[in-house]
Design a protein around this ligand. Sequence first.
Ligand SMILES: [Zn+2]
Length: 77
Amino acid sequence: MSVQQIKDAIATQKMKCPSCSKPVQQYDNFIEMTAFVSDGAGDSDSGLETAGSKVTLICGNCDWKERTEYWANYIDE
Ligand SMILES: [Zn+2]
């Protein structure tokens, strides 16, 4: 999951607005979320895990706009 997927989905018009079903035209404020997991014992795992990403999707055709971490759900494969 990366910002490139969002860019591609928008460029190829696969990111669909759930409100008007037209292609989403913009995104904003993409952030990668990481979760630091530590067991306190300094075990083998690095402890740094990607916990998804969050983005604001802006339809551009209607008033729909949403800040979500489940943006992949809007991509129409
Ligand atoms: Zn829309």
